[in-house]
Design a protein around this ligand. Sequence first.
Ligand SMILES: Nc1ncnc2c1ncn2[C@@H]1O[C@H](COP(=O)(O)OP(=O)(O)OP(=O)(O)O)[C@@H](O)[C@H]1O
Length: 254
Amino acid sequence: MTALLQVQNISKSFGGVQAVRDVSLTLQAGELLALIGPNGAGKSTTFNMVGGQLTPDRGSVRLHGNNIAGLAPRAIWRQGVGRTFQIAQTFASLTVVENVQMALLSHDRRIFQWWPRAAAHRRSDALALLDQVGMAAQADRPCSELAYGDVKRVELAMALAPNPQLLLMDEPTAGMAPGERVALMQLTRQLAQQRHMGVLFTEHSMDVVFGQADRVAVLVRGQLLAEGTPQQVRDDARVQQAYLGTGLVLEKSQ
Ligand SMILES: Nc1ncnc2c1ncn2[C@@H]1O[C@H](COP(=O)(O)OP(=O)(O)OP(=O)(O)O)[C@@H](O)[C@H]1O
């Protein structure tokens, strides 16, 4: 079976700094893969080579077997790779459902239509997406009134609007309280399974990584140090060594 995402031997240097060296990853549909590592390990660089923000110097990034390395982000998005919107990208003055409608309109390339005419567009589809993230009851509230954890759910609904096969989430739970961040990633996991969608995410919160990811890839100084189930990675002496002194504790928190 062809993997949903197959990253093979990608490398990237910035001037004299080798940010990523020969990294390979595989992600199957329905799976959550966490990309972790100490600061400066190369997580964002790897992530951005998958999303198209950066072009690898070497190596390939295959989506269902097709190499997407070096394509523009929009072209990659069109091939079914979604990305969570950051908080600044929700329109605070619009309501919750209008934000999701904007995401649907953007996918339909109708964003430049006159908004009032477009406003009725796909409201029921937007409500269905909000229902999937538990936000349908708050559909008509302005986003500016929402609690932070609820904004993150709206961002997730927006990212699901184009029906992605692969969802990229860059530090999705940054700034959230511990209970909220586990709940957000539990929801993401359910959605990944229901939709048969793969999720690649970078994450600093170890409770989220070890509690929610199906597999974990550990980068250290630009190289893949270990890859496996949370249990395999937690028990790996090299991983424990790499995290020594960083303040992160690789213990199960549940
Ligand atoms: N645009 C750039 N120009 C020069 N150096 C860069 C650039 N982007 C990243 N680097 C360097 O590449 C290395 C990897 O950085 P990267 O941001 O990918 O790490 P990271 O694991 O995401 O770190 P963090 O957890 O701190 O966000 C670092 O040494 C960083 O300084």
